[in-house]
Write a protein that binds this ligand. Structure first.
Ligand SMILES: [Zn+2]
Length: 266
């Protein structure tokens, strides 16, 4: 009996071990979770704003400029992942963003359309940087399914995209590289633990960048509402319910208490 349960446990560990978090993360507390559930239920429907291409670019650039120094520093402190990033904006209007091979970070214009302030946009970029910094892309690729359709859609979106490489003009060859890389991204799926870790690192990046964590948090409410209404492509790649909001709150509490230190390694 005892032996059997040990084996079952060992099996569980070997399944989760391939795609866990790099750091020890705070466990979600029931009190925080029920507060988050109530908050999401009471929140209004997410509102999409009309924004020009120029505003999309400017917002992403400005958000990236604010977080880049702290993000780079944290990535180097972690010493596990990819700290040289390529940023792209996709013309896709769904509420999504993703991290891919070779430091690729793609943010859909839908993120800017639904965001109510720049701090929220900064959080989304910081989350994808978190996946890169913790080397989730390398582990996630093992679960990767490169569908021809997904590749084509992504390629088309990247082809139509402007870049926001923070003051560096993108040449044609860089665009082509982006499209090539995009074709290989497919759908990399991250584990729930990795998603929670990317949020933790995002909160840490924002904290050290002097960005208002409570303002940025608003985007998680938007995502949770959109998920409830099945309006988001973030459903599959980013579980975004009240649980994510509660995880954010606990990460923020810990980060404030430690004055922005990295958590212990798992
Ligand atoms: Zn993610």
């Amino acid at each position: 009996m005892r032996r059997r349960s040990f084996l079952a446990l060992a099996g569980g560990f070997s399944v989760c071990g391939c795609a866990g978090a790099v750091h020890r993360l705070p466990q979600i507390d029931g009190g925080n979770l029920s507060l988050a559930q109530g908050e999401v239920q009471a929140a209004g429907a997410p509102q999409r704003r009309a924004v020009s291409d120029q505003e999309v670019d400017e917002t992403l650039n400005a958000a990236l400029r604010r977080i880049r120094p702290a993000a780079t520093q944290i990535c180097h402190e972690m010493r596990v992942g990819v700290c040289t990033w390529q940023f792209r904006v996709s013309s896709d209007r769904s509420l999504n963003a993703h991290a891919g091979p070779n430091g690729l970070v793609v943010v859909n214009r839908g993120i800017v359309e639904y965001a109510t302030n720049q701090d929220e946009v900064a959080m989304v970029i910081a989350h994808e940087i978190g996946h890169q910094a913790a080397d989730h892309v390398a582990t996630g690729q093992r679960n990767q399914q490169v569908g021809a359709l997904v590749g084509a859609v992504l390629l088309g979106a990247l082809g139509a995209a402007a870049s926001y490489t923070s003051g560096v003009n993108v040449t044609n060859s860089a665009m082509r590289t982006g499209a090539d890389v995009g074709a290989k991204v497919g759908r990399i799926s991250y584990s729930k633990e990795q998603e929670r870790e990317a949020d933790y690192i995002a909160a840490l990046i924002l904290y050290r960048s002097g960005i208002d964590l409570d303002k940025a948090r608003g985007f998680l409410v938007t995502l949770a509402r959109a998920t409830g209404r099945k309006e988001t492509g973030m459903l599959d790649s980013h579980p975004a319910g009240p649980e994510r909001l509660a995880g954010w709150d606990q990460a923020v509490a810990e980060i404030r208490a430690t004055n922005g230190r990295l958590p212990q390694r798992a």
